[in-house]
Design a protein around this ligand. Structure first.
Ligand SMILES: Nc1nc2c(c(=O)[nH]1)N[C@H]1C(S)=C(S)[C@@H](COP(=O)(O)O)O[C@H]1N2
Ligand SMILES: [Mo]
Length: 302
């Protein structure tokens, strides 16, 4: 099997011309045999301009390094990402501690251009590189009791200054979770690179989640533990402000955050004066994911 690592991509293969990139990613998805799942998402990005790499890697939320959007780019280099161990626990046959490298061995890295919508009402369009989460989770043979999967991210105050801060905003470690069918959905990626390069620390090296139809906070960075569970796991933002942040966190222009509207977003790069654009249901991925939530009251399960 071919392992296509982000490093193997020549920088000259990367362009900001979005239509070209989408076509190229589409071809690559075809080659990887995942065209059916990947094609609609990629095709619908055709009208979207890519957010410049310089912004993707310098305007970040990663509270482990501080509350300011510029803090992660300034301080995340203090985090050591090699070697990287991942603990797998709970309702699965193959639990234990693994090297990240051994988990990813033999899996094809694909490029996926995804819209990414933060709960704070800004958005980006990013060429991520990664492997479908489903392929990784299958390796651990989850049992029939695994109805949810929880992700825990790195807790290492010596290298993460936000975790040493008096007011760090959150409790550590950062925890997130998905229902198993959301986790196994072909759009859900484990990201290992961006813009054809290995993932910068500020974006969640060495690997982070990307769930494009959910608000950004569901996409935990620098993951060190995968826990399969029968019951819905606790999640960091829900613990910190339960009225404001739910477990599902599906992008939904019709359900406002208690303190602001979610109907519109500012696409980065943006100035204070640039126009907002309408936010799309499920961030524009409704055709692929709406069926996961049929019959659910999305106001209640926000
Ligand atoms: N471990 C961890 N993961 C995290 C966060 C965080 O503070 N800590 N912030 C989340 C939020 S709110 C967003 S919007 C995205 C930002 O990802 P980006 O900086 O790569 O754009 O990361 C998410 N993952
Ligand atoms: Mo966010």
């Amino acid at each position: 099997m071919i392992i296509k690592r982000p490093q193997d991509l020549r920088p000259s293969e990367i362009t900001r011309e979005s239509a070209y990139l989408s076509r190229r990613a589409f071809t690559r998805a075809l080659a990887a045999g995942t065209a059916l799942a990947a094609a609609p998402a990629l095709a619908s990005s055709l009208q979207d301009e890519l957010t410049p790499e310089s912004i993707v890697t310098s305007y970040n939320n990663f509270y482990e390094f501080g509350l300011d959007k510029g803090d992660p780019a300034k301080y995340a280099h203090e985090m050591v990402t090699e070697p990287w161990k991942v603990r797998v626990t709970g309702e699965a046959e193959k639990t234990g501690e693994y090297d990240l490298e051994s988990i990813l061995r033999g899996l094809d890295v694909e490029e996926r251009i995804y819209r990414f919508r933060c709960v704070e009402a800004w958005s980006m369009v990013v060429p991520w590189m990664g492997v479908p989460l489903s392929k990784v989770l299958s390796r651990f043979a989850p049992t029939s009791k695994a109805r949810y999967v929880a992700f825990e991210t790195l807790h290492r105050p010596s290298q993460m200054r936000g975790q040493r801060a008096l007011f760090s905003g959150l409790d550590w470690p950062y925890v997130e979770g998905l229902r198993m069918d959301e986790a196994m959905h072909p759009l859900t990626l484990l990201v290992t690179g961006v813009y054809g390069k290995p993932l910068p620390n500020q974006n969640g090296a060495p690997w982070r989640l990307m769930v494009p139809w959910k608000y950004g906070f569901k996409s935990g960075k620098s993951i060190v533990r995968i826990h399969f569970t029968e019951t819905q796991p606790k999640t960091t933002w829900n613990l910190s402000a339960p009225r404001e942040y739910g477990f599902y966190a599906n992008v939904n222009p019709q359900v406002d955050h208690p303190r602001w509207s979610q109907a519109q977003e500012r696409r980065l790069p943006a100035s204070f004066f640039s126009a907002k654009q309408p936010t799309l249901m499920f961030n524009g991925y409704g055709e692929q994911v709406a069926s996961l939530y049929s019959g659910m009251d999305l106001r209640r399960y926000f």
